[in-house]
Design a protein around this ligand. Sequence first.
Ligand code: MRU
Length: 311
Amino acid sequence: MALTAIIYKSSTRELELLDQRLLPTKTDFVVCKNSTEVAEAIRGMVVRGAPAIGITAAYGLALAELGGENIQEAYERLLASRPTAVNLKWALDKVLAAADKVKASQELHEEDVEINKLLGENGANLLEGGVLTICNTGALATGGHGTALGMVRSALEKGRKVHVYACETRPYNQGARLTTWECVQDNIPCTLITDSMAGFLMKQGKVQAVIAGCDRVARNGDTANKIGTYSLAVLANYHKIPFYIGMPMSTLDMNCPSGDNIPIEERPPGELFSALPSVGVWNPAFDVTPANLITGWVSEEGVWTKDKFWI
Ligand code: MRU
């Protein structure tokens, strides 16, 4: 993908973030100079996707150090920006412990791309034919290449024939606005569907695998990801279609016993269309797919099956 979504400029000590709220119609960058601005960018969805959030928060802590901020306060501020993706804490802890926080953030950023390429390589052979996905798990959601969409990129590089079906991903439309945009940029064959079309598409035999990313995987394998993922897993199970999670090891939370312990972010009602202001809105940003509905977790270390987890 030509555009880089997270750019640290050492000459000006600024972090430039591709404003994902404007895609696919406009490409513009938000410039952050301190941890408060970085936390606001994460909270406000300028940058989103678990690995990308972690990398951005890491740079936020680096900016805090360069600007002479209280590091512990900056850490807490960044940590509070979004609750579900465990990569945020993972990245912040790594950078907090490092003597040179800029260097540590840059290394974490570069490593993420390498991890995604390994993950993609491990998952590539699992994909052939129609691949249904949700949300965005590509270069925009990570340091580059992507997790689940990275598997597609790697499969295509190997000459495998893959066609992406991108769920619109209501209510925020990450699939319609970001995944399809990445597919167009990289000539990845892609068709957009609404989330409610997934079952009928499967019934027609057009889906050979379902792939999704993850925001936090509990140590028993229960997996939090974008709202709608659980529904896809149930549908895949019914239609006997394999269901894979692209899981960088940084998203496995060994301190979290099961999906019941994963904090689920609830977002503002205004993100849902509601004709009547008096109608109540429930808007959880994520759901949890139980481990027993998942065929495999594709990581940089290989493809995990349920028996690898601590159930
Ligand atoms: O609310 P978002 O857009 O940050 O949610 C992102 C997702 O759910 C992604 O699918 C997930 O972070 C995996 S990213 C590779």
